[in-house]
Design a binder for this molecule. Structure first.
Ligand SMILES: Nc1ncnc2c1ncn2[C@@H]1O[C@H](COP(=O)(O)OP(=O)(O)OP(=O)(O)O)[C@@H](O)[C@H]1O
Length: 499
């Protein structure tokens, strides 16, 4: 008798117009297994998992769940029958409470006399949040008022409430700080212990190698190889992902943390609720300044304040010594900003790659006030597409239809192409594959050498250690510690100041 797998997909094929997203893909995942999926941006990971979870259908192929034919017509149907997925993009509705999101479409069970008992709904939702270790999120809060990490945890609570037998986690952990990641790892390990199955997608090679029992590599919609844990080898995995050896430096290798004395961006005695307190900040010409910390330390708010997207309650932001009040002024000062929350804050999903990228560089191809030189605009956009290897049909493709990592490249391209003097990058490499990450790091280093200034806010300590001249650690809205590159700080030295 053949082995019964928890999930089995056979000869899967999926095309979008001329793009072949999946080509004869076969995947088998057993109970008690955490299976990793890895591959370059656009290689087909989300497509295969979203078909398994009922978000879309394949053009060809068949699937089995515990040996029985599996063909869910929607994500709800899939979850009801035992297969849940945490999607890469936002999966919550912002305009309703956390509790309503957790029980979306199922609030009728809290009805009494025709009216939903808000008290009972909130109590039940809070219990779900507590059970996954996210008790700090209050079920009555409006979802739009919580940050991205918390929204992801709400999605996890929503799925885990249904006690799935197969859990798919699509590039979720890079949106989370270490404490948020621990919650997911705990759930995954618990499922494994209960003989359930997990499919885990991440571009963080170290993480995926630590967490998974086996790793399947996809390239251009095809399965290249599956490695068992005892075969994991970082270089071999990288090579199989990109089809060649990754050449050159990944992070910069020098220890030279020198930069100009000139201060280009500054906060003087900044106060903003509990996010920035007595906060003094200086960014210098030619400096890469890394900012790290745990959730709610204030670092993401700092990024918004530096771009004029949030106003301080007290104190001031100065760009080149002049007060900076809003985003327009920031752009006039040559400041670019990549938000952590790309879908909400950085992209127009219903517009083309061209529209999204060219808006950052309008002045490069506008004559007078209104006239745009379309040939110049097209060349400008194509240059960014090429520089960042954005996988797309052409510049007119809607951003909504790009893979997650390719969306992130569009955001990056918007500001890089503009030749910004100052870049504020909040988790800029989130969801981006290793080849493009390397290209982004090289671009950042090049910018520093040209005298430009970069603030890189990141949950990834290795990224800060790898790229920054100076690392600033934040805790409770305050500066907790500062480290210089030339002192060769170690991860453990830094982490103790975050906690
Ligand atoms: N709705 C769609 N319309 C057109 N093309 C699509 C659509 N959905 C996915 N694609 C294309 O299918 C290919 C595979 O995308 P998919 O999202 O599966 O990649 P991925 O491996 O998950 O990438 P990432 O690491 O960036 O998340 C990409 O070229 C993508 O642009």
């Amino acid at each position: 008798m053949s082995k019964e797998f928890m999930i089995e997909a056979k000869k899967m094929h999926k095309s979008f117009g001329s793009t072949v997203a999946l080509d004869n893909v076969n995947v088998k995942v057993s109970g008690g297994e955490i299976r990793g999926l890895i591959g370059e941006n656009g290689s087909g990971k989300s497509t295969v998992t979203s078909i398994i979870a009922g978000m879309q259908r394949a053009n060809e192929g068949e699937m089995f769940f515990k040996g029985k034919p599996w063909n869910p017509g929607s994500m709800i149907e899939s979850l009801e029958n035992g297969v849940g997925m945490i999607v890469q993009e936002s999966g919550t509705v912002p305009g309703i409470s956390v509790a309503e999101n957790i029980f979306l479409g199922e609030t009728a069970q809290f009805r009494r006399g025709g009216i939903v008992s808000r008290k009972r709904l909130i109590k039940a939702a809070q219990e779900v949040l507590n059970s996954i270790g996210a008790s700090y999120i209050k079920a009555e809060t409006l979802t739009a008022d919580i940050d991205m990490q918390s929204r992801k945890l709400v999605e996890i609570a929503k799925v885990m409430r249904k006690n799935p037998e197969v859990l798919i986690v699509d590039e979720t952990t890079t949106a989370l700080s270490q404490d948020g990641r621990e919650i997911i790892y705990k759930i995954m390990n618990q499922m494994k212990a209960e003989n359930k199955a997990v499919i885990f997608i991440s571009h963080d090679l170290e993480e995926i190698m630590n967490v998974c029992d086996a790793l399947t590599v996809l390239r251009d919609g095809k399965i290249i190889v599956t490695f068992d844990k005892d075969e994991f080898d970082e270089d071999v995995i990288k090579t199989s992902m990109i089809g060649r050896e990754l050449q050159g430096e990944y992070y910069r290798s020098d220890l030279d943390d020198s930069y100009d004395n000139e201060v280009v961006l500054e906060i003087v005695k900044g106060e903003l609720d509990d996010q920035l307190r007595e906060f003094d900040f200086q960014l210098h010409k030619g400096e890469i300044l890394g900012v790290g910390g745990l959730s709610y330390c204030g670092m993401h708010t700092l990024g918004k304040v530096l771009f004029g997207a949030e106003r301080l309650n007290a104190g001031e932001v100065l760009a080149h010594g002049k007060p900076l009040k809003n985003e327009k002024e920031a752009m006039n000062h040559g400041i670019g900003y990549v938000s952590k929350d790309r879908d909400y804050e950085s992209l127009s999903l219903n517009a083309s790659i061209k529209d999204n990228i060219s808006i950052g560089g309008l002045e490069c191809f506008a004559t007078g006030k209104f006239l745009l030189l379309s040939g110049k605009e097209n060349r400008y956009v194509d240059e960014q597409i090429k520089k960042l290897s954005i996988k797309c049909q052409d510049r007119n493709q809607y951003v909504m239809t790009l893979s997650g990592g390719n969306k992130q490249k569009v955001v990056f391209g918007k500001w890089i192409g503009r030749d910004s003097e100052i870049l504020i990058l909040d988790c800029p490499t989130r969801g981006v594959d290793i080849g493009v990450k390397q290209a982004m790091y090289q671009l950042m280093y090049q910018m520093k050498k040209e005298g430009k200034s970069i603030v890189i806010i990141s949950e990834e300590m290795t990224e800060l250690l790898g790229m920054a001249d100076r690392i600033l650690i934040m805790k409770d809205g305050k500066k907790a510690a500062e480290f210089m590159r030339s002192d060769k700080p170690q991860e453990a030295d830094i982490i103790k100041y975050m906690i």
